[in-house]
Write a protein that binds this ligand. Sequence first.
Ligand code: ADP
Length: 250
Amino acid sequence: MITVEGLQKNFGGFYAVDGASLSIDEGSITGLIGPNGAGKTTLFNVIAGVLQPSDGKVTMKGEDITGLPPHELFHKGLLRTFQIAHEFESMSCRENLMMVPGAQSGETLWNTWFGRKRIANEERALRAKADEVLEFLTVEHLANHKAGQISGGQKKLLELGRTMMVDAKIVFLDEVGAGVNRTLLNTIGDAILRLNRERNYTFVVIEHDMDFIGRICDPVICMAEGKVLAEGTLDEIKANEQVIEAYLGT
Ligand code: ADP
């Protein structure tokens, strides 16, 4: 689904991503691991259009998407989750979902003049969709809670929920388990597995928790010093000498 060839990103002469090549199979949940500073987040940001690459190529289903801005990638179904922005924290979880760009058709002049009823219908449909997403994620009880007042793990679920409001095909999740308790981490893992199986989402997941990676990811790709070191099942990766050396060296 995605191929990355010879990707480079340098910051003032320092190569955070230094010629990384990899491919992500459609329908997979691929884990991306590696010691701190390996270049995982930078790689994500370059693929998702947040950062421009210095060199290299990214394709999605054969189409060159190198350096496309996030909103164009968004329309192709490639999404990177983001933390809930400060200004959205005073809105309810349901409203946060309803606000996802692309989920609603927007207020065009035509809609304003002739389509009040249509807008009301659309808002009802959007609300129903948001509630369905909250239910899927087993957090329907949070619908009216302000996004700023829910726990870190619940916020991660809401971030995942935002991808369900649009037609996502591949979702990049950065450190989904950071600061999240075990129970919620399991809920997040279940949601990812169900989205993968029932809605054909492809995922790429950066995570440090190896139990979590082992439970949901196959294959696992290990990066170090801006390059891909190894790819395989988690057990294969754990037994790889170069991987062990990279982790011990940090
Ligand atoms: P990881 O996600 O694997 O921990 P990162 O992609 O966050 O790694 O960072 C890789 C390296 O690039 C690190 O040494 C980091 O300090 C550096 N880096 C990341 N972003 C920037 C930036 N905007 N400017 C300069 N250096 C950066």
